[in-house]
Design a protein around this ligand. Structure first.
Ligand code: ZN
Length: 134
């Protein structure tokens, strides 16, 4: 992987950095260098605020390899305030705290531990905004 691409993926993973289309202004996540709306080049980096609302969600009981220790956990599609929808794990949450439309914010958390060496991979998750929990 070329170095610049690697760094862009790092930023994407930790900070929700996407792109803005120069032509129509649509916000893109993840970065893809081409606008989904008008197909113009989109290289302008854009850092999302990390806030949005739950678009849909589910609870995962049978976790894939590497995530077994976290099950059960909740996954959500989050519609960011700027438009794109991202899929991420919900954290700091109990079933019943979340419904469609719950306001959430991004936090950086441990995602998983890789292999016997125990390399810890961090990334973004979402949690309900404090005022969203009654
Ligand atoms: Zn565009």
């Amino acid at each position: 992987m070329e170095v610049s691409r690697h760094w862009r993926l790092q930023k994407q993973r930790y900070q929700l950095v996407g792109e803005t289309c120069d032509n129509c202004g649509v916000k893109l996540f993840p970065p893809r260098d081409v606008c989904l709306e008008c197909e113009a080049p989109a290289y302008e980096l854009f850092t999302f605020a990390g806030t949005g609302e739950v678009y849909s969600f589910t609870t995962v009981y049978d976790a894939p390899a590497g995530f077994e220790g976290m099950a059960p956990y909740m996954m959500a599609m989050v519609k960011l305030d700027e438009g794109p929808i991202v899929t991420a794990q919900l954290t700091d949450v109990w079933p019943g705290d979340v419904e469609i439309g719950t306001r959430v914010e991004m936090v950086t958390r441990k995602l998983r531990t890789d292999g016997d060496e125990g390399m810890i991979v961090y990334g973004y998750k979402f949690r309900p905004m404090l005022e969203a929990i009654a």
